[in-house]
Design a protein around this ligand. Structure first.
Ligand SMILES: C[S@@+](CC[C@H](N)C(=O)[O-])C[C@H]1O[C@@H](n2cnc3c(N)ncnc32)[C@H](O)[C@@H]1O
Length: 367
């Protein structure tokens, strides 16, 4: 396989301050914020109109003006620390009430709430089936086998950990997460006899990826949806490589742009995922890092868009329960902000037939 793709540094050298049209980006950011905040504050626009306006507009941006997605210089450079603003990210997003995610993402005894793309290309009809199909896909591509020591980085509510433990009677899983509410959910499961998290083969670490140190080494490290929050891949892979056994492998699964540069949205940055970035697909191929890509896959954005449409429907269907939870702001405002987040994301993933924004998966090993 030829893995020689354009290198990150080439783009960084050519695309820093001088030749990016900053005034156009500033105007585009302002427009997006003005429309989004008008919507959050009560502007009524039906969903079909939002989507039918945003999708062609975003397609146009992807094809001709993708620099508008470089909302600020920070998005092109590796950050000082691994994960910037991680406490703020927990406050704004991941420590929101568990009930919100339980109802929106759904769960059953095997599949716990999973806040990443489901796989619809293998005949799944329900969200749970599609999430299970995705976890089977991860297990197969990561090459997980019974007896493996596994590290699940950014483990959410333990969906992948629980599913893997259910499939393989002799694996052991260590899971890392900074979110207290998500860890509380898993600590509860660790007390329930019918949860695989209570099997004695699961270790939970509530800590920041920035600071965590581990004595153990692992056969497989999986990171499903964590690296959108990592600003310095060089440092992150240096750290992860130390957690790997000699023959170990990392399976790294992330939202990804098939563009020459990274990007995000000012609305998402301010209200939903502070300092989240969508890395360009080619970024993991940059040289002089501690891990190298040995296999890679791109999942069309329709998989994410369909997953998001289920989340939006679940969110709308559970208003009675959801309106009484504490979001740190007035509920109707939160509801509009949350719906707009899901709508923006559907449009970003569906634009250009899902070929520009999708989900990347990489299998990596030490250099
Ligand atoms: C998009 S969610 C994905 C969760 C899970 N892997 C899944 O597929 O449902 C990202 C996860 O990374 C965790 N996370 C984000 N930044 C982190 C950090 N700096 N340290 C540890 N965990 C972090 C979040 O709390 C959340 O659980």
């Amino acid at each position: 396989m030829n893995l020689r793709l354009p290198l990150s540094q080439d783009y960084l050298n050519s695309a820093t301050t001088s030749n990016i049209p900053h005034s156009a980006i500033a105007l585009s950011n302002k427009l997006q914020m003005a429309v989004s905040e008008a919507y959050i504050n009560g502007l009524e626009i039906p969903d079909f109109l939002v989507l039918n306006t945003l999708k062609p507009l975003i397609s146009l941006i992807y094809q001709h003006f993708s620099f508008l997605l470089v909302i600020d210089d920070w998005i092109l450079q590796e950050s000082e620390v691994l994960a910037e603003n991680s406490k703020e990210l927990m406050r704004v997003q991941y420590n929101l009430p568990t009930e919100l995610f339980r109802l929106m993402l759904t769960e059953n005894k095997l599949i716990y709430p999973k806040y990443t793309v489901a796989l619809w290309e293998k005949e799944a009809t329900t969200l749970i089936e599609a999430q299970q199909a995705m976890l089977d896909d991860v297990i197969q591509k990561a090459g997980i086998t019974d007896g493996d020591e596994i590290l699940d980085l950014g483990c959410g509510w333990g969906s992948a950990s629980n599913y893997i433990l259910s499939k393989f009677p002799n694996v052991r899983v260590t899971a890392l997460n900074l979110s207290q509410t998500q860890c509380d959910y898993m600590r509860q499961k660790m007390q329930e006899p019918d949860s695989y998290l209570s099997s004695g083969r699961f270790t939970l670490i509530e800590e920041d990826f920035n600071t965590v140190q581990l004595a153990n080494q692992f056969d497989r490290i999986i990171a499903i949806g964590l690296f959108e929050h990592i600003g310095n891949l060089t440092q992150a892979w240096q750290k992860i490589a130390k957690f790997l056994k000699k023959e170990g492998k990392v399976f790294y699964h992330i939202i990804s742009f098939k563009l020459p540069h990274n990007g995000t949205s000012p609305f998402i940055d301010k209200y939903i995922f502070p300092r989240m970035r969508v890395w360009r697909y080619e970024e993991p191929f940059a040289p002089k890092r501690d891990l190298k890509v040995i296999n890679h896959w791109y999942l069309n954005g329709y998989n994410y868009a369909k997953t998001l449409r289920f989340w939006l429907k679940n969110f709308d269907d559970h208003q009675t329960q959801l309106q009484n939870l504490d979001y740190g702001m007035e509920y109707q405002k939160f509801r509009r902000m949350w719906r707009l987040y899901l709508l923006w994301c559907i449009a970003y993933f569906e634009a250009n037939e899902g070929k520009v924004l999708g989900n990347a998966q990489y299998l990596m090993e030490p250099v």
